[in-house]
Design a protein around this ligand. Structure first.
Ligand code: IPE
Ligand code: IPE
Ligand code: MG
Length: 246
């Protein structure tokens, strides 16, 4: 994706663990799925706003591998929410220049959902205003294992030698191959854990944990997280000031 460098202090890649839908609904005496439906409104707001803020990549954690452990009715509702979101918003996303990509284990998804995902990726492939990555049936460990299986297959086929495998090569086998790592990871709802999200890619990400629940997350909350990010000093293991030569 060719584009100008973002202004200093602005993350290129923001990744969000959209958490707190169930609690938001519970506070209103409503079923958890009501919170998921309202969460889609936050997705729309934040996708629009991230584009306006010149973010290059926005990754949204929508369904984890571990979320299969939820009640079947909630799981099937989450599947149909993704399907309906893509169906209803795809034209708008195409017009807005959004490039939609989905990461996660996709082959075990139902055929019609897979079809909708592939259609969204194909129809938005030429777009470059914002890359919207939906992490669906995604788990960081699973992604690393799937990458390792493909690397092992390439070695077994004689296409790759074990000594060729370094961090750069390994990254090329991940679902996120070719994209910048997340600079900023936001997790809403006050929970302060990673929950198997982008384990490899977030090695040096900055984390922000706003207490707001996902359905209440809006443009102002996003800007607040960006402002917090801008105050962080990223060192990547080095020291802030160059060491004076003796
Ligand atoms: C996040 O909200 C959405 C998904 C995990 C799909 P939750 O459903 O986890 O809401 P809480 O954490 O129970 O409030
Ligand atoms: C993480 O949230 C997954 C998504 C936001 C899709 P969870 O609510 O599933 O995570 P835990 O169970 O609190 O760690
Ligand atoms: Mg949760």
């Amino acid at each position: 994706m060719k584009r100008a460098e973002p202004p200093a202090g602005l993350p290129r890649h923001v990744a969000i663990i959209m958490d707190g839908n169930g609690r938001w609904a519970g506070q209103r005496g409503m079923p958890r799925t009501y919170g998921h439906h309202r969460g889609v409104e936050s997705v729309r707001r934040i996708v629009r706003h991230a584009g306006e803020r010149s973010i290059e990549t926005l990754t949204l954690f929508a369904f984890s591998r571990e979320n299969w452990g939820r009640p079947p009715s909630e799981v099937s509702e989450l599947m149909s929410i993704l399907r309906r979101f893509i169906r209803s918003d795809l034209d708008e996303l195409v017009r807005a220049g959004v490039n939609v990509r989905v990461i996660g284990e996709r082959h075990s998804l139902e055929a019609d959902l897979l079809h909708v995902i592939e259609d969204a990726e194909t129809r938005t492939a030429a777009n470059s205003r914002l890359r919207l990555v939906l992490a669906f049936n995604y788990g960081g460990r699973d992604e690393i294992v799937r990458a390792t299986q493909r690397i092992a297959a390439a070695v077994a086929a004689g296409e790759l030698s074990p000594s060729d495998i370094d961090e750069t090569r390994f990254s090329q086998y991940l679902d996120t191959a070719g994209w910048a790592d997340p600079d900023l990871v936001i997790r809403t709802s006050g929970e302060q854990r990673v929950s198997n999200f982008l384990l490899w890619q977030s090695a040096y990400a900055e984390y922000v944990f706003p207490s707001v629940l996902w359905p209440d997350f809006d443009e102002g909350a996003f800007d607040k997280a960006l402002a917090e990010y801008a105050t962080r000093e990223r060192r990547f293991g080095t020291v802030a000031e160059p060491i004076a030569k003796p």
